[in-house]
Design a protein around this ligand. Sequence first.
Ligand code: GAR
Length: 202
Amino acid sequence: MTQRVAILISGGGSNMAGLARSMTGDHPARCVLVLSNVPGAGGLAKAAALGLPTATLDHKAFPDRPSFEAALHQTLTEVRPDLICLAGFMRILTPAFVGKWPGRILNIHPSLLPRYPGLHTHARALAAGDSHHGATVHEVTADLDDGPVLGQIRMPIEPGDTPDTLAARLLPLEHQLYPAVLRRIVTGQRARLDLSTEDVPR
Ligand code: GAR
């Protein structure tokens, strides 16, 4: 049976678009909703252009986090998702919310977790003198950026890299990783996927 995927965004939505475009043809899942907590987020227009249903829940319009999350839960419940993909969704979800969707929320994070949970991951990888950087898709659990890793993609850090060059080089790799992991999850494969730009001879 076709699996139903909701995608939560806050920004440009390039990962959302990559996921949504992957869920066509013989793919066993379909995107049933793109929801943004930021009104006018660029990803909403991208989703509409792809013919996807969209919703906005402005977290600033709610008095507190529990009331925002109650509305989020209600909106999601209405579309009956099997999976919820966070794709540049920049709100922390409480353990109470995550507990309502156990094992069913995925996130992409721009670092090689467990290195650099939280923000400013590119700058932190540079400051640490790391040789490699990358992105991780993981299951969302009660602790921030801490759930089981489902997939990672690695790339070398080059001399002269800045946070901006790292971010620009990593984003297209995120677009490879997230759809690949999603396809595995919806076909019942939870074993970790490891990709590297260094696997392909240059
Ligand atoms: C991506 O780089 C994603 O990994 C990151 O935000 C960007 C969203 O870009 N997510 C986080 O930092 C989550 N903590 P997009 O809107 O173009 O997909």
